[in-house]
Design a protein around this ligand. Sequence first.
Ligand SMILES: [Mn+2]
Length: 376
Amino acid sequence: MSGLTMSDYASDGSRNGKKEALMNRLLSIKSKLEDNGVDGMLVSKRENFMYLSGFTGSFSYLVITANHSILITDGRYNEQAAQQAPFFEIVKYTKGINAELNEIIKKCGIRKLGFESLHLSYDKFLDLKEKLEVEELKPLKNVVESLRVVKDEEEINLIRTAVRIADEAFSHVLPYIKPGVSELEVAAGLEYFVKKRGGEGASFKTIVASGKRSSMAHGVASEKLIEDGDPVVLDFGAVYRGYCSDMTRTVFVGRKPCAKMEEIYNTVLTAQVEALKRARRGMTGKEIDSIAREIIKGAGYGDNFGHGLGHGVGLEIHEDPSVASSETAIEKGMVVTIEPGIYIEGFGGVRIEDMIVMGDDEPIVLTASPKDMIIL
Ligand SMILES: [Mn+2]
């Protein structure tokens, strides 16, 4: 096995870079409290507390005020939280979360506490509303997410590694794609390799869609055996230190595809490459989407491209900004996918997907796997 090892991956993002990033994120969220009409914020969504504190456990509440940064978790995570979240006071709750929160509310003098209304269950909300000693419990949306939409250098480095692991998994698995092998076995090969290279696992349920199944845009790997002449859509990604990657390639088994499939492949490839070439910093998601969409329409397949061109990727596999109907401008440091496809029921489909980070003016393409037609 040649190529990179774990220690190469460990060298990206120094410890100090990470600390500096965490400090900047914490300062940014503190500067948002007043604008949102609160003097404290309760953060409960996992990706959001990971982003702000560095803590990667499964459960935590952060309480953030101008002068306090407190991370509440349970006994399982004491040591880990102290190591991972250098700028937070760690509180292990013992007497019930509400009692602990009330002590913190008192200590920090919180009167208006914001919470993440998209992520707190209705029952939990009722419970907090009844028990917490605050004047107001204020629902807030997308406060942390609005910071996460532009990636800092630390995040871009981790995403680059997640992309590289997926690229390497793709070339690793190509020799195993042959008649008689099941889609699930190909998916297993990809996922095994991701972990072998230091990834935590797949960033979503791996898609391996062969033959006619390739017309299903989300054809999760099945027991179907790959056959001679099949197109195979491979859409997968890696998670590296919490950050996701996402890529798609469509390959052909045994022989060159028929003329119609070749035309579809070339149309998708042209649409994808032109979108990468013509996208500019500050264009809206919709404008970038329409570059690819017009090309596919022009070739007569407009009705067969039934999804948006792309989506944001970071701690979550699908996050803002969307590259579809959105009027959100794609700014420097935003990371998105560019993934046009054409799908014909009963015949097959093609999708090609790269990840980009928007640069000073043009996108920087992160995915490195070849896009010219591969016949195995
Ligand atoms: Mn995608």
